[in-house]
Write a protein that binds this ligand. Structure first.
Ligand code: HEM
Length: 206
């Protein structure tokens, strides 16, 4: 059996665990027990946002790591990790609509127009949708070269996500700086690799 066939389900479960924990926390809250702290809605919004960016950055890092570590098998995880990124962004959006806006549909348009960080987050979410919908092998085959072009949107999505976090920040810039740096390193590496043969040949593991 190929090792990735054994590792893939483990990665799948690891990526699912945070969501399961927060589903459980919501279930407890609905039954009168709060494990989310003094402001459960905000805690859920922050947690789902954090997991969204962690997983989106992990998906972005797969290609540089595949080249630097000389591990082509890492490519097999791209689709799963990317789809989990979309999944957590969807949860983050649902938390916003459900707990922060209480499904006040009239307010949603106003929030998107009036709050720049919501506009940017929403733009990242909209751009993620076509990537999720075309992430399957059949779509990849059908779209040919256009598939690659469309999936370059991941760069814009990650940049928008970092701007969103930078704009939300109220106290610490730690997250914005951390994820901003990771996204810059991944994008910088891609650009250097494209134009510089030395970078293209450089590997950390033989
Ligand atoms: C790629 C998409 C997105 C990512 C990666 C993301 C990530 C994050 C992160 C990490 C935070 C916490 C920032 C901090 O440290 O304070 C956050 C906060 C927030 N996000 Fe997003 N977000 C995304 C899209 C959205 C969308 C689509 C909405 C709603 C339309 C949204 C609404 C919010 C709100 C309201 C907060 C503030 C929560 C609070 O402080 O109460 N985000 N987001």
């Amino acid at each position: 059996m190929k090792p990735e066939l054994a590792i893939k389900p483990i990665v799948f479960i690891l990526l699912l665990v945070p969501a399961l924990y927060y589903f459980y926390a919501v279930y407890l809250a609905l039954n009168g027990e709060n494990i989310l702290g003094p402001d459960p809605a905000q805690a859920l919004s922050l947690a789902t946002g954090e997991w969204s960016i962690r997983i989106l950055v992990a998906a972005l890092a797969i290609t540089p790591l595949r080249y630097l570590l000389n591990m082509p098998q890492l490519w097999n995880y791209r689709r799963m990790v990317g789809l989990f990124g979309l999944f957590y962004v969807c949860l983050h959006l649902i938390v916003f609509l459900m707990f922060l806006l209480q499904w006040q549909w009239a307010d949603i348009g106003r929030e998107i127009v009036e709050r720049p960080y919501i506009t940017i987050g929403f733009a990242a979410f909209i751009l993620l949708l076509p990537l999720g919908l075309t992430s399957f092998k059949a779509a990849q085959r059908k779209m040919g070269r256009n598939w690659k072009k469309l999936h370059r949107l991941v760069y814009a999505i990650n940049i928008l996500a970092v701007l969103h976090i930078l704009w939300v920040v109220r106290s610490s810039y730690f997250d914005a700086v951390l994820y901003g740096s990771l996204v810059s390193i991944c994008l910088g590496y891609r650009i250097l690799r494209k134009y510089n043969p030395v970078v293209r040949k450089f590997v950390l593991l033989k």
